[in-house]
Design a protein. Structure first.
Length: 138
């Protein structure tokens, strides 16, 4: 009986992880659009506050907010963005989605990499990176 119960619990946990893996991209991708809306609206605090603890512990609030302000100052508002590549990994029941976006801003372009943790159908920002020649030279 205990063996059967253990097996049922193991299968349910495996299926829960599979659901996040299968739906990971579709859960995380709308968060990129929300990130851009918040960035354009200057809601940097909200982006930071809604991010994963690991994201917030990786850099002080002031540094992250300064990065977002620099993006706005040097590149301007997001005009368009499209996902150029993505991957979903699940390890130890933790699902990570990495989305790479080619983004056009008012004054240049950049390649953004977003990393989201997906759990229970919700995506939370774990990492953000932007590569942009215009941002470095403007």
């Amino acid at each position: 009986m205990k063996r059967c119960l253990f097996l049922v619990v193991a299968v349910l946990l495996l299926l829960a992880g599979c659901t996040d893996t299968i739906n990971g991209k579709s859960v995380a991708e709308p968060r990129v659009a929300l990130f851009h809306e918040q960035l354009n609206a200057g809601q940097y605090d909200q982006i930071y506050d809604e991010a994963d603890d690991g994201f917030r512990n990786a850099a002080p609030r002031e540094k992250v907010l300064a990065l977002f302000a620099a993006i706005d100052t040097k590149l301007g508002k997001v005009q368009s963005s499209s996902i150029s590549s993505w991957r979903v990994n699940t390890y130890n029941l933790a699902t990570r989605v990495v989305l790479v976006a080619d983004t056009r801003f008012e004054h240049g372009s950049g390649t953004e990499t977003f990393t989201y943790g997906v759990s229970d159908g919700k995506a939370t920002l774990i990492g953000y990176n932007i590569n942009s020649l215009e941002m470095m030279t403007r």
